[in-house]
Design a protein around this ligand. Structure first.
Ligand SMILES: [Zn+2]
Length: 206
């Protein structure tokens, strides 16, 4: 069974993918994590991808395809893919090579998305994650664990969030809109608890 999760930043896509992965016993493949793996390990593809991300841009398709294809090859029995496809050409690439069974859209309005993402911080020393909405530090701007300074990821600043939202609406909104698709589509309202969202997705698939 092959499942695609699509959602704006902050919709909880990664969290839902991980929960679903456990319940369905399918591997969760996050294109974001895949890019980071390549970037951290300075693979040939990773160095190229990094130069795109640094400018707040999406990585060019030819490099994305190489990374995604090499990864999906490992899982002939199915996968949960999140973060890909983000554009129509990427969708075409995927549908030519794989049968997709379910497409799950995780919906969240731009304001709430912005609010959630701009609340994300981490400790620059021990890398502990914080969130000013869900997981506040005891002292503003200081890590509870090690006293380090809390910082934002460079792509979680307002400028980059707005840029990504715009790209999402311009490009990603257009994927999986075929009139007679072979895959089933679910739209989930993500302004609810993690558990409610998860249950709705599982009920849909089962
Ligand atoms: Zn720390």
């Amino acid at each position: 069974m092959n499942i695609i999760l699509i959602g704006v930043q902050g919709s909880g896509k990664g969290t839902q993918a991980k929960l679903l992965s456990k319940v369905l016993d399918l591997p969760h493949i996050s294109s974001g994590e895949l890019f980071r793996y390549h970037i951290d390990n300075k693979t040939e593809l990773g160095i190229i991808a990094d130069s795109y991300i640094n400018r707040g841009n999406l990585v060019a398709d030819e490099y994305v395809y190489d990374m995604v294809e090499a990864e999906l090859k490992k899982y002939p029995n199915g996968f949960i893919l999140d973060g890909f496809p983000r554009t129509l050409p990427q969708e075409n690439f995927l549908l030519e090579k794989y049968k997709i069974d379910y497409v799950i859209w995780l919906e969240l309005d731009d304001e709430e998305s912005f609010r959630r993402i701009s609340a994300r911080f981490h400790c620059e020393d021990c890398l502990q994650d914080y969130n000013l909405i869900y997981k506040k530090p005891k002292v503003d701007g200081i890590c509870d664990d090690c006293g380090g300074k809390l910082v934002q990821r460079r792509d979680d600043t307002p400028e980059y969030i707005l840029k990504r939202q715009k790209k999402f609406h311009q490009k990603t909104r257009k994927v999986f809109q075929a009139e007679n698709p072979e895959y089933k589509v679910l739209e989930v309202n993500c302004n609810r608890s993690i558990e409610d969202i998860h249950n709705e997705i599982v009920d849909f698939i089962r």
